[in-house]
Write a protein that binds this ligand. Sequence first.
Ligand code: DGJ
Length: 559
Amino acid sequence: MKAGISRAIALLTLLSFASASASGQGAPAERTIPRLEKRGETTQLIVDGKPFLVLGGELLNSSGSSVAYMKPVWPRLAAMNLNTVLVPVSWELIEPQESKWDFEVVDGLIRDARQHQLRLILLWFGSWKNTYSSYTPAWVKKDVERFPRVQLHDGRGTERLSPFHAANWEADARAFAALMRHLKQVDGDMRTVIMMQVENEVGVIPESRDHSTIAGSRFAGPVAPELLNYLSRNRASLVPELRGAWEAAGARAAGTWEEVFGKQPLTDDLFMAWHFAAYVQRVAAAGKREYPLPMFVNAALIRPNYQPGQYNSGGPLPHSMDLWRAAAPAIDFVTPDIYFENFADWCRLYQRLGNPLFIPEARAGAAAAANVLYAVGAHAAIGFSPFAIDEEGAAGSSERRTADENRELLAASYGVLSRLAPLVLEKQASGDIAATLLEGEAQRSARVSLGGYTMTMTRAAAAAPNASAERAAALFVRTGEDEFLVAGSGRANISFAPNSPGLPIAGIASIDEERLVDGHWVRLRRLNGDENGQGQVLRLNPSGATPGTAYRVRLYRYR
Ligand code: DGJ
């Protein structure tokens, strides 16, 4: 009873806090629900009626389960120039007993995020988290008869709910719908929560598919007509991995899974993907009926040569993007958790089919500082978020810098991006934006074209010992004829060459270090001499560089 009263008081406080508009978010005229919108060449996230760039960070899995634990964390995140925090909300915390709801922690997180002018993306740890069902409530875990599990080929159970059972998705969908209903009630006005991730890194391991009786009979049965229709309707635009498997098996219009996609390991993965997507669709749709925030799913990616079951079989991976699209229309986009070195490759794969790129998990540290510039500039990403953003002392500790240095690097990239965001978002839509990335020591240069020029980025001498392998990235925004604003991370030199009709050589007329203050660009240093290679190159982060600045480069042409 007491707990009930204190919860009611907490709810009232949150509601009155919301209407007081204390954080400045969501002034009345802007009260439109966050949504995705096609703008020019890309799809963007619209928050409070305006395009929004998510400069995010994902908390360690357990941090968000305690409002008290989070108290000292929020200001640290705000100081790193984040505008959004990705926070798990688990089924076990909101429904500890069946149909008994507890939103105290959710309310505390929203209230405290607002106090620090931070937005939230909530991660629904429902039926699955990294393939397991560890975040389901104990009353679900204990009742394996009512809530059946994925089975191994020898009949043994696993700690994973099976996606083939209505009891599982009905209970999950009920809880998720309750969460969304509650969010609408406490946050519908302020829109502190801007998106939802539904489940986390779904799939099955260590075997490539569920071997329970019902899963086995589905696998031996016909492929759903909805999927077959989708394949023939969209044949020309299917991702090549899927189209290849289907066509190699004869592009059939009917048949069992192995008849339609071939007797091969990938078929097990596609079979699981279709059923995970159908399950997630039921959960997401139930949530959207209450409060239709944009929703996405995230994927654990594949190491080279891994087979389904070694990786999460059935997850929203590049080869099954079409299946997720066909089976889960309530999911607005699919996302990669990119921890691997070849960041650019994964960005490219997830930008196919018009899927807006959002990276909910990535390596923290110096890598993140460069990767965010690349994703936003080269792939019109709607946002980026390193994992374990709140981990003290460990941000990118596998790299060559201290955790504090790594945090400063990310804060610098986020700082410049937060100032550039309105311009960057406008240029993402018009296409007047590009980026380059140097990924590993072996990669000595990267090249991109924009506005009649080709920019070539090459490595500069390392500032820190052994730092020559560190990433470097540059984001270019075309601001006028022969003029660019450039933001960079890492040590690199950039040269410019014309690639359009006219005089053949590019010269640098000037490079200014600039900073946006109160909506106006303020010039700091004019960079010349040693700072720009005697007028030959743009040097990223030359000595004396102020974190959070951009470079305005003016070019001219001669023969
Ligand atoms: C990916 C998961 O999605 C996260 O929740 C977390 O477990 C990380 N892996 C740990 O590296």
